[in-house]
Design a protein around this ligand. Structure first.
Ligand code: HDE
Length: 700
């Protein structure tokens, strides 16, 4: 689809504050002569300076030398994890003041918009890897608040693989491509990952999440986000409460099917990045509501698990998620490298009113993120890079270092001083004038390396998650374990996962996976978790939101298709907020309408539903075309809604699909609305789940 003009935040948005700040650094070449980095105009950008037309190049050519030298140093190290990412600008606004819970300025006034920059990422693959791999997704938000930067650096899953930061390098080495041969890219389906997690039972819960549909999101715009750790809210009176952060996409949460995810990784490795970019570009701004689970200090031990343990979630049925505000992503970045690659998140970037807990994973993260930026961004001054600059001034006595931009004026670079009347000064806590004060948690203890007993139960919440899934989701989970373990070459690792991990949280799942791998039926796990009280909120099928807003619909046609039908289908779908695209065998106009893409250029895996339009000649052409048949068969197999108008049903007949199937509507050309009504309802359900047994018999 041709990209339309860039959407920028509306002018009354305070996102303009960050946009104006960035303006200082934007370079716009329109009307400018080409110049060197030293500002000298360039007369010839085609030829190196030579001794004679066929002679050797001259070292003297400062223009060529400068250009090539800069080019040689264009790359910076990619992130150790979360290297592949896509980001957008936006704004955040609270619905009502949160003063009762926190003094954080950006959570006080519903009239104030705080600029944000959000980067979504995969974890395992390198910067150029595919978007749709099975993986955790990062969901990192930088709030440019009036009190400084606040970063909420979360994931799309509410728990983590390990309980203690000291295990992170081991975990990452195990999941990353193997050291011997740098394989596989963007996948956890290999020996070292499963070896590690089979030996580390605390990973059981999170591994289960990554085997679920959560690990193959339909879009970055429809993923939930979670802060994972328990944090603290502190109000102006100093009252502390514990808090878990959630992001809820307004459009609901949906996933791909595994077959789609794998095919998309080849046919459009940028599938998620493109979807985010195009949605913002056409004005369908992604919206996420911020939710908090707030726990009174006195209740912190009431859950039967430890709130400091990052492998545990707090079921919403126990502590409801209070929706407190909304984030709208309304502007694409100007420059991928300058913004998305250089943005530096850090869970330690907090503002007064938000504080840390002793979660040992969080505590380790507080060290890691600055440390990694120093080598990734080349020194300690990365806070001066435009995308990382706070809107509040960063005045202090830190000085110099690689790539320093600020020209600090004056004699004093120390404190206390008398040479500049003691400025800059600390704030006065008594005056409550905005200085950060750590929550004064009473503390006493023995210096010791132990894991708290309260972190010992690794299987109950895995059982809780599994038992909360719908049948469809359970099937997907079993298939995911079978697929991943099927790629593991060492039989003892496969057996260990089944017998020592799965058997401890679900006997049925363990048996199904064992069967798929040709392993003996496992016995009851030595630490088997029992029946849990399900948490319906964990099932993605309960996270769908009615409607088809922003859904991509293929309108399939060919030369000779009915132009009037194309127009009315497109209008009807647009009226529902969907994005219909005309897909045809070639890009030649059909009855004066230009197709958006060809059948081979945009296969059915890129759409949420298919409408085949009528017109005898067009339908005949499609019915005789293998690619068009494949398009429909694949959509059918992937449980997508299909509608055929008039002669369009010839294409369905050519595919030999059954005459009647759930989620397939047919009817007269003259009655577009009647055919589209059930179609729109079915797209709104995301998938026609009731069709899945039939669909499994269809080759595609
Ligand atoms: Fe990260 N993580 N992480 N992580 N993480 C990084 O920081 C680290 C963890 C998360 O879009 C790195 O700038 C340690 C949990 C996101 O730029 C690095 C531990 C969660 C992103 C790092 C964790 C996350 C990162 C790599 C265990 C979810 C991408 C480059 C103690 C709550 C941010 C960088 C972006 C990135 C370290 C565990 C989320 C190496 C040591 C838990 C979303 O510093």
């Amino acid at each position: 689809m041709a990209s339309k003009s860039r959407n920028h935040a509306s002018s009354n948005s305070t996102d303009d504050a960050k946009s104006k700040d960035l303006e200082r650094s934007r370079a716009r070449p329109q009307g400018e002569a080409l110049r060197t980095n030293q500002g000298v105009k360039i007369a010839d950008n085609q030829n190196t300076l030579r001794a004679g037309a066929r002679g050797p190049s001259l070292l003297e050519d400062f223009i060529m030398r400068e250009k090539i030298t800069h080019f040689d140093h264009e790359r910076i190290p990619e992130r150790v994890v979360h290297a592949r990412g896509s980001a957008a600008h936006g704004v955040f606004q609270v619905y009502e003041s949160m003063a009762e819970y926190t003094k954080a300025a950006f959570l006080q006034d519903p009239g104030v918009q705080t600029p944000v920059y959000v980067r979504f990422s995969t974890v395992q693959g390198p910067r150029g890897s595919a978007d749709t791999v099975r993986d955790v997704r990062g969901f990192a938000t930088k709030f440019y608040t009036t009190e400084g930067i606040y970063d909420l650096v979360g994931n799309n899953m509410p728990v983590f693989f390990i309980q203690d930061a000291i295990k992170f390098p081991d975990f990452v080495h195990a999941v990353k491509p193997e050291a011997l041969n740098e394989m596989p890219t963007g996948a956890s389906a290999h020996d070292t990952f499963w070896d590690f997690v089979s030996l580390v039972p605390e990973s059981a819960h999170m591994v289960l999440w990554t085997m679920s549909d959560r690990a193959i999101p339909r879009s970055l715009r429809t993923m939930e986000g979670f802060g994972v750790h328990t944090f603290r809210f502190v109000n102006a009176k100093g009252v502390m409460r514990l808090v878990k952060f959630h992001w809820r996409p307004v459009l609901g949460s949906y996933s791909l099917l595994w077959d789609e995810a794998q095919k998309l990784a080849g046919k459009d490795p940028d599938f998620h990045r493109r979807d985010l970019w195009e949605a913002i570009d056409r004005g369908d701004f992604p919206e996420f509501e911020l939710g908090v689970q707030i726990i009174e200090e006195k209740d912190q031990d009431a859950f039967g698990f430890d709130l400091l343990d990052p492998t545990k979630l707090v079921p919403e049925e126990l502590v409801p998620v209070k929706i407190v505000g909304k984030m709208t992503l309304n502007r694409n970045p100007d420059n991928f490298f300058a913004e998305t690659e250089q943005v530096a998140f850090h869970p330690g970037h907090v503002v007064p009113g938000i504080d840390f807990t002793n979660d040992p994973l969080l505590q380790g993260r507080l060290f890691s993120y600055t440390d990694t930026q120093i080598s990734r961004l080349g020194g300690p001054n990365f806070h001066e890079i435009p995308i990382n600059r706070p809107l509040s001034p960063n005045v202090n006595n830190q000085r110099d270092g690689m790539h320093r931009q600020t020209i600090n004026v004056g004699q004093a670079s120390y404190e206390p001083n008398s040479v500049s009347d003691a400025w800059p000064r600390e704030t006065d806590p008594a005056a409550q004038d905005g200085g950060f004060e750590s929550y004064a948690e009473p503390m006493e203890g023995t210096k010791i390396r132990v894991r708290s007993e309260s972190f010992a139960d690794h299987f109950s919440q895995a059982a809780l998650f599994y038992q909360s899934m719908s049948d469809v989701e359970k099937e997907h989970i079993a298939l995911a374990y079978q697929f991943e373990l099927g790629k593991v070459t060492k039989p003892e690792i496969r057996a260990r996962v089944v017998n020592e991990i799965l058997a401890n949280f679900d006997a049925e799942l363990a048996a199904t996976v064992a069967e798929g791998l040709g392993l003996p039926k496992p016995g009851k796990g030595a630490r088997a978790a029992g029946k849990q009280k399900p948490s319906p909120a964990l099932s993605l099928l309960n996270r769908a939101v009615p409607g088809i807003k922003t859904r991509k619909i293929a309108v399939l046609a060919a030369a000779g298709s009915d132009g009037a039908a194309i127009r009315s289908v497109q209008a009807a779908l647009k009226a529902e907020g969907a994005t219909p695209l005309l897909i045809a065998p070639t890009l030649a106009p059909i009855d004066g309408i230009n197709p958006d893409a060809t059948i081979s250029g945009m296969p059915s895996i890129m759409f949420d539903g298919v409408v085949i339009v009528g017109g005898e000649q067009g339908a005949k052409t499609l019915a005789q075309l293998g690619d068009a048949c494949h398009f429909v068969l694949e959509a059918f197999r992937h449980l997508k809604a299909i509608a055929a108008l008039g002669a369009g049903k010839e294409l369905l007949s050519a595919t030999h699909l059954p005459d009647k199937a759930d989620g397939v509507s047919m009817g007269d050309d003259g009655n577009v609305d009647a055919v589209l009504k059930p179609f729109i309802e079915a797209v709104g359900q995301h998938r026609v789940w009731s069709r899945r047994q039939l669909a499994a018999t269809v080759p595609a």
